[in-house]
Write a protein that binds this ligand. Structure first.
Ligand SMILES: [Zn+2]
Length: 133
């Protein structure tokens, strides 16, 4: 899934869990689960730039609602995709480290609009969960 979805889901989980260490564990786990849900990922650098901008903007807007565990949850939920960035800029080669990044399933290949709607729905539900925490 995209940065925005991972970040908002991780932040929502952290907001409800309240403990930073548990937020890190659930954030990482959420990355695995979200990557297994059929979705459509950004396909080029413009899409990634838009996604990261939307996600960062959403966290900025919600910042007064976020507790420390929310930030840890968001960080842990997004961190596995640093591997994807490292591969794209040539810093990582060989086998993928994170289980859902190895191409063994339809990661990011569910076509729009359904594949995009999946992410928008999860991101919006997570933002609502943060506001209600
Ligand atoms: Zn991923």
């Amino acid at each position: 899934m995209n940065f925005t979805t991972h970040a908002l889901v991780g932040a929502a989980l952290g907001s409800h869990i309240g403990l930073p260490a548990a937020a890190v564990a659930t954030g990482l786990t959420s990355h695995l689960i979200l990557d297994l849900i059929p979705h459509h990922d950004a396909e080029d650098w413009r899409g990634v730039l838009l996604d990261v901008s939307v996600g960062a903007g959403a966290l900025y807007i919600l910042r007064s609602c976020l507790i420390t565990a929310s930030w840890w949850g968001a960080l842990a939920a997004t961190a596995p995709d640093l591997e994807v960035v490292a591969r794209h800029v040539g810093l990582r080669r060989g086998r993928w480290g994170f289980p859902t990044h190895n191409g063994d399933h339809l990661h990011g290949r569910w076509p729009p609009p359904a594949g995009v709607l999946t992410q928008v729905t999860l991101a919006m539900a997570s933002a609502l969960a943060i506001l209600l925490a």
